[in-house]
Design a protein around this ligand. Structure first.
Ligand code: GLU
Length: 395
């Protein structure tokens, strides 16, 4: 039999972030001392008070299906969080809790996109946005940016990318992979363009909102007349070191929330009940509870920028949030190192893995082929050792 898999899966690229993490794991099992700077995953333990809430939920026999869109109490807590942190007013019917922000985004794409619709992706963008849009049979339209503009697109670029087929745009601030944070002013300038095109929906992924080193976070839905067509995505994975708990959520116009609930009801049902109960406790806590993690990420950002700054050919911006640096390494393209010719960012990331035993992710996966992504969600010792290995290899 020739390949019996569907065209859908055959044409879907594998997640490069997860693939690199898997490759690093494999090499480690072979006995190699790999330092993993590929995955965007806090290396902290989930805070004690959240773990205690989960244990309590188990002992209280939370074991049944939850409502598909999440427990009412959790959706209430999410509304309060949106009010407190984002100045956004949602009611619980506008909230859908899902198995990670990834599922939240997939739900939105599935319920809004038709084959042939165009989705605008300001590049660089998180790897799964494009794959999720492609699964909905939409067409991706990238809007490029570069390190020279701190990876920000301009209103003129946005306007030029819009066609009658444009259905949605993805914003992500703080950004994975660049760490860029859009200011209120910058978002308002982009909204001015979108005002002229009332049929375009905005997906604003704010999963890194608390990992922010100064520029105040601004939620796109805060902009008057954007609220009714913006889907705000968030979750607890990054801020509370709860990646494996898999809880994401949206705040959206009620008709979109209803459609997402219908979609989810046929695919996964409600998210894990214990994780939902723990999330109520996480969101009710003051943000100051997680400041120690943010402070540590900040110190690591400064450390890694300082170390990378000493290596020839690494051009970096100063990321204002998230836990990634996204250096432009195109200086090395065309060069041969350890007998290997570097034809692009993928070759470069592979060289770092094979010759320095450091796992990173190629910028190709993020729509930025001159760059590689380095996650600094790792201990300062590991960061020092990894960058030292890279420096030695390239010297
Ligand atoms: N969002 C994280 C990353 O970009 C986790 C892995 C993934 O789901 O892509 O590394």
């Amino acid at each position: 039999m020739s390949n019996p898999l569907s065209d859908r899966i055959n044409s879907l690229p594998a997640s490069q972030t997860l693939a690199m993490a898997a490759k690093a794991r494999e090499l480690r099992e072979e006995g190699k001392n790999i330092i993993g700077l590929s995955l965007g995953e806090p290396d902290f333990n989930t805070p004690e008070f959240i773990k205690t809430a989960a244990i309590k939920a188990i002992n209280e026999n939370y074991n049944s299906y939850s409502p598909v869109n999440g427990y009412g109490e959790l959706r209430e807590a999410i509304c309060q969080k949106f009010k407190r942190d984002n100045n956004l007013t949602y009611n619980p019917n506008q909230i859908v809790v899902s198995t990670g922000a990834k599922q939240s985004i997939a739900n939105v794409a599935q319920v809004l996109l038709n084959p042939g619709d165009e989705v605008l992706l300001p590049a660089p963008y998180w790897v799964s946005y494009s794959a999720i849009a492609i699964l909905s049979e939409a067409t991706i339209v990238e809007i490029p940016s570069s390190i020279e503009t701190d990876f920000k697109i301009t209103p003129e670029q946005l306007e030029a990318a819009i066609t009658p087929k444009t259905k949605m745009i993805f914003f992500n601030s703080p950004n994975n992979p660049s760490g860029t944070v859009f200011t209120e002013e910058e978002f308002r300038a982009l909204a001015k363009v979108l005002e002229k095109y009332p049929n375009i929906f905005i997906l604003s992924d704010e999963i890194y909102e608390h990992i922010n080193y100064g520029t105040p976070n601004f939620s796109f839905a805060e902009i008057e007349n954007m609220y009714d067509r913006t889907i705000t995505v968030n979750g607890v994975a990054k801020a509370f070191a709860m990646t494996g708990w898999r809880i994401g959520y949206i705040g959206a116009p009620e008709w979109i929330a209803k459609a997402c609930t219908k979609m989810q009801g046929q695919i996964t049902s409600g998210a894990n009940c214990i994780a939902q109960r723990a999330t109520i406790t996480a969101l009710d806590a003051p943000v100051s509870e997680i400041q120690y993690m943010v402070d540590e990420f900040h110190a690591r950002r400064d450390l890694i920028l300082n170390l990378l700054g000493k290596i020839k050919g690494f051009k970096t911006n100063v990321p204002q949030g998230a836990f990634y640096v996204f250096p432009d390494v195109s200086y090395y393209f065309g060069k041969t190192i350890k007998g290997k010719t570097i034809n692009g960012a993928s070759d470069f990331a592979m060289l770092l893995l094979e010759e320095a035993n450091v796992a990173t992710v190629t910028g190709d996966a993020f729509g930025a082929p001159d760059c590689i992504r380095i996650s600094y969600a790792a201990s300062q010792d590991n960061i020092k050792e990894a960058i030292n290995r890279i420096a030695t290899l390239l010297a």
